[in-house]
Design a binder for this molecule. Structure first.
Ligand code: 0RQ
Length: 495
């Protein structure tokens, strides 16, 4: 092997103050775990010696605590993009220590290639295996690794023996040409393979290898409760009904599902509903529920960007039964897993989660009360805008009922009324297709709003301008939010 074995500290010596560093993985799956800690230690030492040390951080999506958590706690991040979900990183963003810019995940790799982020100094890539000529078998997440490895001046490999070498073939590495030479991407079904099983990295750029066997730091899910169960069942019943009506082709269509507790519950309900045939997924994050449904034959194939599953599921179910899973799974770079062109081509049914929706169907997926960043838009925009049928789910209330998830106007907008087709809460389903804003408001208030807030929102419509197209009272539109900030309970809202 021509590559030097480095200690994490030796690897971190290649990272300097002001460097832009790109990391492998997508969610905690496949993100670096040891060099990141050494960078955080270096930052602390530099800062103690009175020297500034901060890096620019580009990832695929969220990462594990050893990356986002360690660097945030060391105050070692100047800017960060895209999605994140670590509590310390979220804190550092919301208290102004990190400049965070939130992007559609499908667009990141191409914007790096277009040069919009400047030079990429170092890429740190987790690998299951590497050959002397730089052919890398990636691990449980692909993310931006192909682009990061291509653009970076230096590459450091974290060789992680927690991922067996026999997973070669799980990945499909493909990078589109850039304009004006771009051609269509030939993914005509979720199981299409169009690229290479390995990532080829110029060996002269590889500074060395750091060995580890640390597992992915994927957290568990909250158990399905009454509310999430009802949301899941409402989604499954709605889709079974659409299939029966013939608005979804009888073969069904591939599903994309977001990440989190609600998404996990929705998938469970889809698997159990007798009105839904076995289906394929073309999604970004493959969660525990998908693996369970694959074992039962309810999902026949899953294309994604990562296996964001708990360490036991990865080790025992997937790697332990790789002969069963190897022809049912493929992991792609995020610019392919989330590609708008492919989403539209395959006709996906997309199911994502809202923090807040308004009575006209606009969605806030990212900001609590309009100002505090939660996680980021992730892939929800890539999928929603281009889907065959876009669904948003959320519980009708948050924080013990003191917040209504449905308000007169979203306090931050990620997905507009033009892209959102259906809203589903535990209360019911609002089908917004073909409806004007006034009709949408009626459908959402009647079917999705919690009983504690129906009167409040009906009263809101009474105090609006009554404009025939979109009725709004611009001086009152955020009264529910202001009420929460003043009294701690939106139920006290007066118009
Ligand atoms: O906070 O735990 O402190 O109580 O938000 O809410 O209900 O546990 O839902 O885990 O499914 O996450 C939108 C954040 C939902 C996620 C979001 C509070 C609530 C709780 C979490 P607590 P739940 P989930 C694929 C696609 C955007 C990106 C995306 C997300 C916490 O799904 O980040 O879809 N989506 N990507 O109490 C105040 C409200 C609230 C609220 C919820 N109206 N006001 N707080 N909460 N509604 C993934 C990728 O792209 C990688």
């Amino acid at each position: 092997m021509p590559f030097k074995v480095l200690t994490p500290e030796e690897a971190a010596s290649h990272i300097f103050h002001g460097a832009t560093v790109a990391f492998s993985g997508f969610t905690p799956a496949g993100s670096p775990k040891v060099v990141s800690k050494a960078i955080a230690d270096k930052a602390k030492k530099e800062q103690e010696a009175g020297r500034e040390f901060k890096i620019g951080m580009i990832t695929g999506a969220s990462t594990g605590d050893s990356l986002d958590g360690e660097l945030a706690r060391a105050n070692a991040v100047k800017f960060r993009t895209p999605y994140q979900s670590n509590k310390d990183m979220r804190g550092a963003i919301n208290n102004g220590h990190v400049e965070y810019f939130d992007m559609h995940l499908s667009g990141l790799a191409q914007e790096m290639r277009y040069g919009f982020f400047g030079a990429i100094d170092v890429a740190i890539i987790e690998a299951a295996d590497i050959t002397p000529n730089g052919e890398v078998v990636l691990t449980s997440g692909v993310g931006i690794s192909p682009t990061a490895a291509k653009l970076a001046k230096k590459v450091i490999i974290e060789l992680n023996s927690n991922h067996p070498k026999f997973i070669k073939g799980l990945h499909d590495i493909y990078q589109p040409l850039d304009p004006p030479y771009r051609k269509s991407i030939p993914v005509y079904s979720p199981d299409a393979r169009i690229g290479d099983p390995v990532l080829r990295i110029d060996p002269s750029k590889i500074m060395g290898i750091v060995e580890t066997n640390a597992p992915d730091e994927v957290g568990g899910f909250a158990p399905v409760d009454e509310v999430t169960q009802k949301i899941g069942d409402n989604v499954a019943d709605f889709l079974a009904g659409e299939l029966k009506k013939g608005t979804i082709p009888s073969e069904f269509l591939p599903i994309q599902s977001g990440v989190g507790n609600i998404a996990n519950a929705v998938l469970g309900s889809l698997g159990k509903n007798p009105g839904i045939p076995p289906f394929k997924m073309y999604t970004e994050v493959i969660q525990d529920a998908v693996v369970e449904l694959m074992k039962n034959g309810d999902i026949t194939f899953a294309s994604g960007c990562s296996l964001t599953v708990s360490p036991e599921v990865l080790k025992n179910d997937i790697y332990g039964n790789f002969d069963f899973f190897k022809d049912k799974l493929v992991l792609r770079p995020q610019e392919i897993s989330n590609n708008p062109e492919i989403v539209r081509q395959l006709g996906l049914i997309t199911i994502n989660t809202a923090i807040e929706a308004d009575i006209f169907g606009n969605i806030n997926s990212t900001h609590v009360l309009g100002t505090k960043m939660m996680n980021g838009i992730g892939g929800s925009g890539d999928f929603t805008r281009n889907s065959f049928l876009s669904i948003f789910t959320c519980p009708s209330v948050a924080k013990g009922g003191s917040i209504s998830a449905i308000v007169p106007m979203v306090s931050h907008e990620d997905h507009s009324e033009h892209s959102v087709k259906v809203i589903i809460t535990e209360q019911g389903v609002a089908d917004l297709r073909g409806k004007s804003p006034r009709q949408r408001a009626e459908a959402i208030i009647e079917n999705c709003v919690h009983p504690d807030y129906k009167e409040t929102l009906r009263d809101y419509l009474m105090v609006t301008s009554g404009h025939p197209q979109t009725p709004q009272a611009l001086d009152k539109v955020f009264n529910m939010h202001s009420e929460f900030l003043t009294s701690g309970d939106m139920r006290n809202t007066k118009w």
